[in-house]
Design a protein around this ligand. Sequence first.
Ligand code: BF8
Ligand code: SF4
Length: 630
Amino acid sequence: MSEKTISLDLTTEKLYKKAKEEKIETVWDRKKIMKAPCGFGEKGICCRLCSMGPCRISPVKGKGAQKGICGATADVIVARNFARMVAGGAAAHSDHGRDIVHTLYMADKDGNYKVKDEEKLRKIANELEIQTENRDIYDVAREVAEMLLNEFGKPFGTLEFIERAPESRKKIWKELNIEPRAIDREIATIMHSTHMGCTGDAESLINMSMRTALSDGWGGSMIGTDISDVLFGTPVPRETEANLGVLKDNMVNIVLHGHEPTLSEMIVLAAEDPELVELAKSVGAEGINLVGMCCTANEVTMRHGVKIAGNFLQQELAVLTGAVEAVIVDVQCIMPSLVTLSECFHTKFITTSPKARIKGATHLEFEEENALESAKNIVREAIENYKNRQREKVFIPQEKNHATVGYSVESIKNQLTRVMNSNVDNSNPIKPLADCITSGVLRGAAGIVGCNNPKVKQDYGHIEMIKKLIANDVIVVTTGCSAQAAAKAGLMSKDARKLAGEGLRRVCELVDIPPVLHMGSCVDISRILNLVSDVSKYLNVDISKLPVVGAAPEWMSEKAVSIGTYVVSTGIDTWLGVVPPVTGSEEVVDILTNRMEDMVGAKFYIEQDPIKAAEQMLQRIEEKREKLGI
Ligand code: BF8
Ligand code: SF4
């Protein structure tokens, strides 16, 4: 990749240039210093699970070490490593979900955390067979919280929310013995089974990976999404802007980065506090400009329209503008490099979670018991730092784009019902969407999700793929850093319908939506699971038979590996734009890209060219349509 083309995004290019001029190191420089990735690690054939090793298997068949010291084959080593990635990803998402439920447990009508969406809480309570009539909503909240906390470690049974899946799916999971039991249990089982001298069979390990991944998608993540909606409101469509151009020269700029809305919701409140707004004015700023980064941005833009500063590869660049008073983070996807980078400017890099302390950062622990006060203290630090801004170092690129965001399943259904009310029978809000698909006005739907990765030109994978799909009448739903790429590129603006094929354009006009729908953060991929399940149930066709596809064109994190695995296990073919570290095992590659189809009706595709991948996706969609006779 040439230095000139690190990104599709002009702001990235401009700030990367600034970094070069000022000799400030960024992720792309470190990648260059790293040179080519370790060949063993890249293929997944190194093992350091015990101290007889570390062992590495020769990538050449018949030459050099073909087994680890214990006798583990490349297939076993690769599958164990893959399983551990899934466990890591599932742990991150699910621990986030757990924390949200703890917050629900302590919610109180007089406290900082309240129940905002009572209707959703009642719906969940009913699903869990918890009594709601004539009860205080906070009693219901506590009982729901207790029951959901139990999902992490309950000794018997399977996860409650898998009941939301269509019967045909549940049957497949049961037959394969991959119905997730308790969330922590699935993660622990992988850690146990991948311990030295346990499972020595690649297929069993992938099987376990599917079960653990399902405990993420249909467990921890789904719990995280649902309870976030209960506490902070179920998103509805709203307007926002995206890209680093949302930073303001004359305001206290605060970048909120990380994942859990428990922190960010309080920071949003704190930034609106009149006393703090006054304080900002007293230090010479016009006010407080709160913007989001990574999944925290998705959480707060979906619920409040807070502007999106950027996605994963722009976290360093935000600091490089020299205009950021504080980067406030909680957990996940936070580059430790922000410590040294912030030192080059006046920026305060503030960690808030004991789960993600970073040496050299300012640690102001966020206390949920005293949430608003705690958030105000953090915001105050940022405001007081405004006076230290070095004007000569400031460079804010002006690029930004308009986006309409906030498409929860509920808001999609509302929008469909409201707009199509007059022309269709709206007894089931899913009917208009299903009709559009069966009639062929929409050829299908694609979930494009995941990260940025410096191995890929930033946003190129997302944007090229999305453009190709919408031009061919495939409606796109997105989350995570992919959603932000789309927002920055203007694809979430209603104007973007001009880039859509005729069918999709008509639907967008009629329903008044952009062709690319922002469904939230990465845990909110659970929203996509719910939506697809609704369509599957309505049409009485298993998910694997629907013209629906998924992709993570620029994935990088373990969370993405868990996501990909639960999406495939849910019956949705998934394209990966970055090769996962499995190519050292023919068997594992065969399972993931071939045999999984016999097991769960879907498989992984690995294609680094996003346009080729989109062509394959379109082809697959048409094959499914043909099989369905639609
Ligand atoms: O959980 S898409 S880089 S921010 S891992 Fe991280 Fe990837 Fe972005 Fe959110 Ni998801
Ligand atoms: Fe080597 Fe086996 Fe130990 Fe892994 S578990 S380090 S392959 S001896």
